[in-house]
Design a protein around this ligand. Sequence first.
Ligand code: NAD
Length: 255
Amino acid sequence: MVGMLAGKVALITGAANGIGRETALLFAREGARVAAADLDLKGAEETAALIRGAGGEAAAFSVEVSDAEQVEAMVNETIVAFGRLDCAFNNAGIAPAHVGNNAKRMHEWSEEGFDRMIAVNLKGVWLCMKSEIARMLEAGGGAIVNTSSIAGLAGLPTSSAYVAAKHGVSGLTRTAGIEYAGDDIRVNAVCPGYIATDMTREVMSRRGNEILARVPARRMGEAREVAEMACWLCSDRASFVTGATYTVDGGYMAW
Ligand code: NAD
């Protein structure tokens, strides 16, 4: 199989939907064998079935990324299924609306909502990296891409805990990039802008015109456009790239 990820095994979280699913499909087209993991096992199985239907190899796993035991099991099951782990895309995430804090300023957020946001969007990425890096150290290398956000680089009104979590992901990424550069493990982050997925449907219906007025490209991004960056960062073509955060945002952060 010829492709940017030929011969590699890739683990993707949040693979049931949106950016994660598109990335799983692209990675498989580029030659990777794919472990598609998600809280939504049915959706992850659909992603794996799409890959197999197109002639690729994939398995689906259930995971709650904020649970250390489940994350460790996901990484181990990937290695049992495919014999190795070369690439990981730590992408599962939730939005303020998922924790009952939609359109709320900082003082209005509930403590439960803040804690859940940090547990999934920040601790979840750390737990994934912790398990993945341990196995990559044993194997002698690997490449990790975390999904941060433009909210990992700048403030966004009414998204305080999301912004805090994504800034944390950017920070973990930079630090891991430094810590493991000598071990042939590259760690980078992709920072999507406004991408057309389930996650952005509600906010775009509420204030889409206002948001798009701030996007130089004057449109939302497609999940596959984020997948392309994740694919390149996981591939050997990005061999000198680590500890970096890459925007895929139609120019949003260039202002
Ligand atoms: P999405 O809602 O389509 O997909 C998110 C996936 O993550 C879902 O399949 C969901 O089941 C899974 N998930 C949620 N919580 C989980 C958990 N605790 N354990 C395991 N899986 C869980 O959203 P998306 O837009 O594809 O978002 C993917 C990532 O991209 C997220 O980290 C999100 O914060 C980030 N992001 C999205 C945008 C955007 O505009 N859509 C912008 C910047 C960053």
